[in-house]
Design a binder for this molecule. Structure first.
Ligand SMILES: Nc1ncnc2c1ncn2[C@@H]1O[C@H](COP(=O)(O)OP(=O)(O)O)[C@@H](O)[C@H]1O
Ligand SMILES: [Mg+2]
Length: 456
């Protein structure tokens, strides 16, 4: 089933057309000029003979006197391998030779040209060649047929015709093969595209050839791998998010169940209410984080690039976290900022949000009694907001995935969803900055690094 608009059909037609054109040029131009060349060649030879015979004494004498004509005429005929006819000049003018009267009329322009120029060439009405030459005032014609030339040319024509048919046949077969090879590979690409569209990303095309189609196939494989990655991340995200939502919801449901029981003493009830509050605030925080992430993903988070006074931000943060710190038994201190106070470029609200995530971690992921220090610094065109603690350090199992979504310490008992650092890192990047970590047992330091305010 060869469809007219298919690539295969077009390729075959193209191949055939190229061959047919080449052969057509051969047929219409080369063969006729070959025929002409052969004729000219023949005239050249007759002219050579004519010039030689003009000076032959026997012929001259015979043409002058009109006697003993036979021998020189036969001789000329023999040399030229042509029919000899002509006129002799007599007192009464040009007279046809008795032995060889010409078939051309005596007024023929060819005869006149020969008398004028010595030699003249022309074609007979039947397509033969003729050379006329002057001898002793008369004119002789050497006439030759060209049937052998025609036969040779026809033979060549026939052979070219056969060669053309063979070449077109070969071109169609080769075109068919080439098109088949290409269309098989295109078909594979099409199938892969359909598979991807159907949501399956696990079957690479695996075309290793270095040509353009191979390159397209490799780009396809790359795209597929990337899509698979995105798809996996999306599924993980949904699974993680629903898990994170379910855990507090379960315990909320449990507490509400217990609270509904009537014989509950005042203290226990208060304890349950407190736990319920904690779970609600955990859910509220998670909802906020998820919203932040989805806004970040959709590009809906506007991040300002304006001067930020880091020392002021650090003061606000420390004030804000005193309460949480003392509940956890952590001591939060603010280092004295250097002078002049470091000013960076960024978004004040986002800097606060990042600082909150770092401080929250330093308090929640460390044991009671941990010292937490907030400091600001500036160096080499950047400013830093640092949050360090003297806790046990980051769990090595989470260290390489710290900034990934939902990645959190495996044994962490602290409330959290593993989104804090992921959001903080993305926000820092949006501001043209980054988050640096170094951590060892007894000292963990996170720093938000931002470009310094120019000239600040
Ligand atoms: N100051 C720190 N000390 C020790 N571990 C930390 C510290 N900050 C972060 N971590 C580890 O990094 C993980 C990821 O932190 P984060 O993204 O804020 O998620 P979450 O706080 O919700 O667990 C935490 O679960 C914890 O294991
Ligand atoms: Mg956190």
């Amino acid at each position: 089933m060869l469809r007219l608009r298919s690539l295969r059909f077009r390729l075959i037609v193209m191949f055939g057309a190229v061959v047919a054109t080449a052969m057509g040029v051969l047929f219409l131009y080369v063969v006729p000029s070959l025929r002409d060349d052969l004729v000219v060649d023949r005239l050249d030879r007759l002219e050579q003979v004519a010039k030689a015979q003009q000076d032959a004494p026997g012929l001259k004498r015979a043409m002058e006197t009109g006697i003993h004509m036979r021998r020189p005429l036969v001789r000329t005929q023999h040399i030229a391998n042509a029919t000899v006819t002509g006129y002799r000049m007599t007192a009464a003018g040009l007279e046809p030779l008795e032995l060889a009267p010409p078939t051309l009329s005596d007024k023929s322009p060819l005869a006149e040209a020969a008398l004028r120029n010595g030699v003249a060439r022309g074609r007979t009405p039947s397509g033969g060649v003729v050379v006329a030459f002057e001898v002793s005032g008369g004119v002789l014609f050497l006439t030759q047929g060209v049937s052998d030339v025609n036969a040779a040319a026809s033979l060549v024509e026939r052979q070219i015709l056969i060669a053309t048919l063979v070449a077109i046949g070969v071109a169609v077969v080769v075109g068919w093969g080439a098109a088949l090879a290409i269309s098989v590979r295109l078909q594979r690409l099409r199938e892969a595209a359909s598979r991807i569209a159907a949501g399956s990303f696990d079957q690479p095309i695996g075309d290793t050839s270095p040509d353009e189609l191979g390159q397209v196939a490799r780009s396809f494989d790359l795209m597929q791998a990337r899509l698979a990655q995105v798809d996996r991340a999306r599924k993980d995200f949904i699974a993680n998010a629903s898990h994170e939502l379910r855990t507090p919801l379960f315990s909320l449901a449990g507490f509400l169940e217990l609270l509904a029981e009537e014989d509950l003493d005042q203290d226990t009830r208060a304890e349950f209410v407190q736990s319920t509050r904690e779970q609600v605030s955990r859910l509220t925080k998670l909802a906020g984080d998820l919203l932040d992430l989805s806004r970040l993903d959709s590009g809906a988070v506007g991040v300002a690039r304006e001067p930020v006074d880091l020392a002021a931000t650090a003061r606000t943060l420390v004030r804000e976290f005193r309460g949480l710190g003392s509940r956890h038994g952590s001591r939060i201190v603010l280092s004295r900022p250097p002078a002049p106070p470091p000013r960076g470029i960024g978004d004040e609200d986002r800097v606060q949000q990042i600082g909150r995530a770092l401080l929250d971690n330093a308090v929640r992921h460390t044991p009671p009694g941990t010292n937490v220090r907030v400091a600001v610094a500036s160096e080499d065109g950047v400013v830093r907001l640092e949050v360090s603690d003297d806790g046990p350090g980051i769990d090595p199992r989470v260290r390489d995935h710290l900034f990934e979504r939902f990645s959190r310490g495996p044994e962490t008992t602290a409330a959290g969803s593993g989104l804090g650092l992921a959001i903080a890192d993305e926000l820092a990047q949006r501001m043209g900055g980054s988050i640096m970590v170094d951590s060892e047992n007894g000292r963990t330091r996170f720093a938000l690094v931002l470009p310094a305010e120019p000239g600040g």
